[in-house]
Structure formats: C-alpha cells, structure tokens
Ligand binder design. Structure first.
Ligand code: AMP
Length: 283
C-alpha cells in the first residue's frame, strides 16, 4: 500500500491508472476507522482494480464551535487497517494543500443542504460538497462508495454528481452497527460509558417507529412521535431533529407511501450522533 499526501501526486497516479484502463474505486473518509469504514473499503475492493481511500478531516465542513480540533485521529492504526483490507493508496492530503492561501471556490447543493443536519450545522454541506468534488478530481474514480449512515450526505453527493455531470457511480452502503444496534461512528469514542448506554435511544426510537409502521400506521406524525417518545424519555440526551422523508429529495412526507427514510440526530452530552432507518409501508 502506498501513502500519498500530495494532491498533485495523487492526480498524476490516477491519470496514469486511467491511461492503463484501470477502474478506480474510491472511499472518502475522515479516518479513525471502524468496521463501517472497513465495510465500504471491502465493497470498494470488489468494484475496482485500484482502491483509493482518502483520510482528510476537512476543516470547511466543521462550524467554528464544532469538534475539528478534538476529532479523533490515529494514523498508525488506520494505516494498518487499510493495509489489511487491501487498499492500494491511502491518500492523506493536508489542509494547507487542499485549501492554500487565496482559496475561495465552494459548491453548494442548494435544497438538499438546507434541512435536517444542514439546519443544525450551517455551512457543513457546502464544505462536504466542495471537498468531495475536489477529491473526485484528484482521485478520478469511476466508483465512489459512501455509507447510508450519513444519509443526507449520500443524497447530496448523488445530486451533485447528477447536477455537475460527473462521471462517477455513487454507491450507498448499509449502516454497520454495534451488536446492540448503535450505529458505528468515530464520534462514539467521545462517549462515557453512561453516555454510551444512553446513546442507544436514537436507534431504539427509530426501531419503535419502524415497528409501528409494520402494524399498518402510515401517518408521519404518530411514527415520528413513537421515536421522539423514547428519545425524550432518556436522561442526558437532547433531540436535535427527527424527520420522515422522501428517500431522494429528503422532503418531509406526511404519509408513508412505499418507502421513506426516518432521519434522526440526538445530542448525548456534548456529542451529536445521527442515524436513520428505512421505513416500509406495511402491505
Ligand atoms: P466519516 O469518516 O465519518 O466521514 O465517514 C466516512 C464514510 O464512512 C462515509 O461515507 C460514512 O457514511 C461512512 N460510514 C460512517 N459510519 C458508518 C457506518 N456505521 N456504517 C456504514 N458506513 C459508515
């Protein structure tokens, strides 16, 4: 496995691979790998004959009061895990090279950036869309793999690719969970043992809504209320948002028709966690 830091070097290698007819699969990450990241890499391995994983804690997607400085990092461990999965290049650009002095170009996916996480984290998705577009130009993948864990991000990247005619296939992969159901996240490392136990309320809430939908309930209000009840009954947590949404536009739906996504975000102490679940109309 090669470690590449320079965007120019990454782009030169990608260009050479493309000339040789290689299929480049790409997994963008912020590192501190857990089995969710590794599942994307393993899938990427099956889709390309070259696999690039980027590890970049992107400053433009963090707000001024967010956790950029304390975001967990362990490059030595991540390097070893990536090597074990069979990654060809672990690409770790620096912020100084991604955003050199004078940098001023940003892309905004307008509607999809507004609600849900976008409402709680102003500027977040502008940073995400910008860095992903830059990474796509540097890595030149034919296939890019993202987790459904960050469902709004996935929907926004799909839209970005369509709107800007990018020649990249975007693949969304299922959420990898802890044995008790908690969605794996690098930010779970912030949780104290007590907070870790409380954090489960988000997944349990989403499951309560799914179970209610399975009994035939189709109205969004009671479905969301079922989830909210479990979260608000959990001490030490604060609900950020819950929304039953159209899987593509992420617009709130009033009634479950076919399938919808239930999105949620919860503060557990000073840690903000997100999760989501597919809800299907019961036959
Ligand atoms: P991050 O390093 O948190 O920016 O995540 C990098 C990629 O891994 C994103 O596409 C995430 O959606 C994905 N990811 C994070 N957690 C999980 C998980 N528990 N299951 C599946 N994919 C995940």
């Amino acid at each position: 496995m090669d470690l590449i830091v320079s965007p120019r070097e990454m782009q030169d290698l990608a260009r050479q691979w493309r000339r040789e007819g290689r299929i480049i699969a790409f997994v963008p990450t912020m590192g501190y790998f857990h089995p969710g990241h590794l599942s994307l890499m393993e899938y990427g391995r099956t889709r390309g004959d070259r696999l690039v994983v980027s590890l970049f804690v992107n400053p433009t997607q963090f707000g001024p009061s967010e956790d950029l400085d304390r975001y967990p990092r362990d490059l030595a461990r991540d390097t070893e895990l990536a090597r074990q999965v069979g990654v060809d290049v672990l690409y770790t650009p620096t912020a100084a090279e991604m955003y050199p002095p004078g940098y001023q170009t940003y892309v905004t996916v307008e509607e999809l950036s507004r609600g849900w996480c976008g409402a709680s984290r102003p500027g977040h998705f502008r940073g995400v869309a910008t860095v992903v577009l830059k990474l796509f130009h540097q890595v030149q993948p034919q296939v890019a793999v993202f987790g459904e864990k960050d469902y709004q991000q996935l929907a926004l990247i799909r839209r970005l690719v369509r709107d800007l005619d990018l020649e990249v296939e975007v693949v969304g992969r299922p959420i990898v969970r802890e044995p008790d159901g908690l969605a794996m996240s690098s930010r779970n490392s912030y949780l104290s043992p007590e907070e870790r136990a409380r954090a489960l309320c988000l997944y349990r809430g989403l499951c309560a809504a799914r179970d209610l939908a399975a009994t035939g309930e189709r109205r969004a209000a009671p479905l969301v209320a079922a989830a909210r009840e479990i979260i608000t009954a959990t001490p030490g947590t604060r609900l950020d948002y819950l929304g039953l949404v159209d899987p593509d536009t992420l617009e709130a739906v009033e009634v479950l028709k076919g399938a919808a996504r239930l999105l949620g975000a919860v503060w557990v102490g000073s840690t903000r966690l997100i999760d989501n679940l597919l809800l299907k109309e019961s036959p």
